[in-house]
Design a protein around this ligand. Structure first.
Ligand SMILES: [Zn+2]
Length: 323
């Protein structure tokens, strides 16, 4: 049996798996990213891991014909190069695919992490029965992917596509990681929740249960979600703003493309009950074109395996197209 090595490269961890052509996972593994040690060290460690997997699969009479990767950041997919990744700075401008291929002798296929999320959900997840949809990943930042006519939209291969996180929903809104103001990411991400809570606490506008987490410097999305669940006014407001911004961005995309389905994943989507009502309320009120009765908003069904499975599918599809 042949397997591809599928990798989901994040700022802290690389999640990996050996995956068959049908999407069956033989085994999963994790590696600490430790990118501060430099790109060469990263590629060397990844190469060692892959080579031990090759030995294992060969021992079972199989081969590893390709490696699929999802990497957070701007990616030139054809060159296999990371243009810019805020959480993986040492990889900026680095020919990552080539480096891994040199260490392993195996071709590498790479795309942005949100795009492989979309490929995974389209293949085996919540998007498998939908030809056209917008995918959104809610995490530290906000990623986006467009599945059109059943395939991921690739644009002009200029390093990004579907970047809904940096579409502007409130021009006077909070400052985003990208330096602009009022992007979706500045309102509907873990970073947005934490920054919003911090600012409100520092300006002493709210009596909030989050004060304690703030004092211990432990504000995070999970704590804010728990506070909202208990009815904390500040936390509830932050999630309403979150859902409202998401609803605007989704409505605009539906309007533009004439589509009606959105699939949402990423770690912060765990807080679903805190924001989904605001998303729906916004979709029902802001948009004159889309009939809310036709709108489908779904949660990712592959959870934290979506990107790994998508990376595997990317590799299998590219291998089929090439050979
Ligand atoms: Zn932005």
């Amino acid at each position: 049996m042949d397997y591809v090595v599928a990798l989901d490269v994040g700022g802290t961890l690389v999640k990996g798996a050996l995956v068959t052509r049908e999407g069956k996972i033989l085994e999963e593994f994790q590696l600490e990213t430790r990118i501060q040690r430099g790109a060469d060290d990263f590629v060397k460690r990844l190469g060692t891991t892959v080579n031990s997997l090759v030995a294992k699969v060969r021992g079972m009479g199989g081969e590893i014909p390709g490696i699929g990767m999802g990497v957070a950041g701007k990616i030139l997919t054809k060159e296999g190069k990371v243009v810019f990744s805020p959480n993986l700075m040492p990889l900026n401008g680095y020919p990552l695919s080539l480096g891994i291929k040199e260490k392993t002798g195996i071709p590498v296929f790479m795309d942005n992490d949100a795009n492989v999320f979309g490929i995974g959900e389209r293949w085996l997840g919540a998007g498998s029965k939908h030809e056209n949809w917008l995918g959104i990943t809610l995490g530290t930042g906000v990623g986006g992917v467009l599945i059109l006519n059943g395939e991921r939209w690739q644009g002009d291969d200029i390093g990004f596509v579907g970047e809904i996180g940096h579409t502007i929903v409130y021009p006077d809104g909070p400052v985003c990681n990208c330096g602009k103001r009022g992007c979706l990411e500045a309102l509907a991400s873990a970073t947005a929740l934490i920054n919003g809570a911090r600012e409100a606490i520092e300006s002493r506008r709210f009596n909030t249960v989050l004060q304690e987490a703030y004092d211990r410097n432990e504000l995070d999305a999970v704590t804010i979600s728990r506070a909202a669940e208990k009815g904390d006014e500040l936390a509830c407001r932050l999630f309403r703003r979150f859902g409202n911004a998401l609803g605007i961005a989704i409505s605009n995309t539906f309007n533009l493309l004439g589509i009606t389905t959105c699939i949402i994943g990423g770690g912060v989507s765990e807080a679903w009950p805190r924001f989904i009502d605001s998303v729906w309320n916004t979709i029902k009120t802001v948009n004159s074109m889309v009939d809310p009765g036709t709108v489908v908003i779904k949660r990712s069904s592959l959870g934290n395996r979506a990107a790994v499975l998508g990376a595997a599918r990317l590799a299998w599809l590219e291998l089929e197209a090439r050979y």
